[in-house]
Design a protein around this ligand. Structure first.
Ligand SMILES: Cc1cc2nc3c(=O)[nH]c(=O)nc-3n(C[C@H](O)[C@H](O)[C@H](O)COP(=O)(O)O)c2cc1C
Length: 246
């Protein structure tokens, strides 16, 4: 970072940025919800693995005890109104950030795993009405938006049917991404449909554990399209996940 004395401007380089461009340029002129959504998306997708360094660097900057009238990052909007608000926000994001949210990410060939995902979500919401549940078909969603929701979550549930003794490629890709980001202090579990050998749930669980997630359980797998009994199992699974997080 560079600090310009007299004008009191912090040129913060990558820190405090967002991937947006606006002719309005300044934080007080743009839509606040959009600005903070883009700021958290930037943090979640780019800075998560560096959270320990972010925390250390912010403490260093604060310890300099210099006046900051403006923060000019190298990407996005310039912070001129209460510029330290984004610094305070970064302190929170850098320290195992989580809202009261569970994100469910899945892919499916014949909708069985999609049904499981929806029924698990129902189970969670029955057990805890205060928790936000977000559901994504990862093959049809923006990867960076999904990573942002994972960043905001206390726990994630990842589902895939078994295909050729493995998982669907969109699920494999997001698991790789998740591992690289080294999220801290988050819980996870796996689910999915299968036909005969059913390796997917174990593969997903192992990948989540490698990615630093604490497993809530061994996961749940159901044969072919979920029947009434399987639907009941999934509701109970969702309920248990919610109760486990209380
Ligand atoms: C190309 C293909 C490969 C599959 N390979 C396996 C497999 O290796 N092991 C297994 O248990 N099931 C396998 N299955 C069965 C699926 O897991 C099963 O149909 C499951 O119910 C699909 O879930 P979905 O409705 O979420 O797509 C395979 C199915 C397809 C179409």
């Amino acid at each position: 970072m560079c600090y310009l004395t007299n004008d009191n401007i912090l040129f913060s380089n990558d820190a405090f940025g967002q991937h947006i461009a606006s002719e309005l340029m300044y934080n007080d002129l743009v839509d606040q919800a959009e600005l903070f959504q883009e700021a958290i998306k930037y943090y979640a997708n780019i800075l998560t693995p560096f959270s320990a360094l972010v925390d250390k660097k912010i403490k260093e900057v604060v310890a300099l005890n210099v006046p900051v009238d403006m923060i000019c990052p190298s990407h996005g909007i310039i912070w001129r109104k209460e510029p330290l608000q984004i610094v305070n926000q970064y302190v929170q994001w850098a320290n195992s950030y989580a809202e009261n949210q569970i994100t469910i990410v899945y892919d499916s060939m014949w909708d069985g795993t999609r049904q499981m995902a929806e029924v698990i979500a129902k189970g969670i919401m029955e057990a805890d009405q205060t928790i936000a549940v977000k559901l994504f078909n990862i093959a049809r969603s923006d990867k960076n938006d999904v990573i942002t929701e994972i960043f905001k979550s206390r726990a994630i549930l990842v589902g895939s049917p078994t295909i050729n003794k493995g998982v669907l490629s969109a699920v494999a890709a997001i698991l790789k991404e998740i591992k690289g980001l080294r999220f801290q202090n988050k819980k996870a579990a796996a689910f999915g449909c299968y036909g005969w050998s059913g390796e997917a749930v174990k593969i997903i669980s192992d990948k989540l554990e490698e990615g630093g997630f604490q497993l809530l359980n061994d996961g749940i797998r159901e044969k072919w399209n979920p029947n009434t009994q399987a639907v009941g199992n999934c509701v109970r699974f969702g309920r248990d996940v919610a109760l486990n997080l209380k």
